[in-house]
Design a protein around this ligand. Structure first.
Ligand SMILES: CC(C)(COP(=O)(O)OP(=O)(O)OC[C@H]1O[C@@H](n2cnc3c(N)ncnc32)[C@H](O)[C@@H]1OP(=O)(O)O)[C@@H](O)C(=O)NCCC(=O)NCCS
Length: 198
């Protein structure tokens, strides 16, 4: 029912997610859209608005040729528990959505989803991955930094409601020029990928 893309069976022992079955899937393909719609509907109004989880995003997932969306699913539980969205053009990617259901946060799933995307990026020749994040969003910034993203600038007052600066971050894929030792390769981690994403 949930075609596996990446296995999460061999999580390191400190992950509380161990023992549960999680899969990372490509939401841009296959029959995922109804599940994504239900996931959006389950989120609070505030988070739906802040992270643009609505019909426009569903349309984008379905039809934007440069967009790729990946989800974490728990087949034996609620189905989708989080997702990330990227635009990929040639050898560059931009992450513009990254969201884990509140009840599943702090279990390492966001880090695993992102780590697997970075491995996919390395394998498919993507050299740089960009993103921006609210300066106050320390949880997300910590995840990005741990996985090798480096701050590359500030966009003042980029966000509204409330107004806040954006921190720009970039990941240089290790296979091309990398960030030296500061950029640990996700492929050297203790998790394995079962098959190609594409
Ligand atoms: C940002 C977000 C996607 C991170 O997802 P997540 O699954 O909670 O991420 P992780 O669990 O990998 O890491 C988050 C925290 O949990 C901690 N954590 C990770 N694995 C853990 C574990 N096994 N045990 C305990 N804590 C753990 C991490 O250290 C991190 O803590 P920190 O913020 O003190 O560094 C999630 O917080 C979210 O959806 N936020 C709202 C949307 C958002 O802000 N998106 C980013 C927009 S740029």
């Amino acid at each position: 029912m949930f075609p596996p893309v990446w296995s999460m069976d061999d999580l390191p022992s400190e992950f509380p997610t161990q023992g549960f079955e999680f899969r990372v899937v490509d939401l841009s393909k296959g029959p995922w859209l109804p599940l994504v719609r239900r996931f959006f509907d389950q989120q609070s109004e505030r988070e739906r608005a802040e992270f643009h989880m609505g019909n426009t995003l569903l349309e984008e997932i379905h039809s934007n040729p440069i967009a790729r969306y990946f989800g974490v699913v728990r087949p034996s539980g609620p189905g989708l528990v989080g997702f990330m969205g990227t635009w990929i053009v040639d050898w560059e990617a931009e992450i513009h959505h990254f969201f884990i259901d509140p009840s599943y946060r702090g279990k390492g799933l966001g880090s695993l989803l992102l780590a697997r995307f970075l491995r996919y990026a390395e394998e498919t020749g993507i050299r740089r991955v960009y993103l921006e994040v609210r300066a106050s969003n320390l949880s997300a910034r910590n995840v990005y930094s741990r996985l090798g993203f480096l701050p590359s600038g500030i966009r003042e007052h980029y966000y509204q409601g409330p107004s806040e600066d954006a921190v720009l971050m970039v990941y240089n894929a290790g296979t091309v020029e990398g960030n030296g030792n500061e950029n640990p390769s996700p492929s050297s981690g203790p998790v394995s990928m079962e098959g190609p994403l594409a």
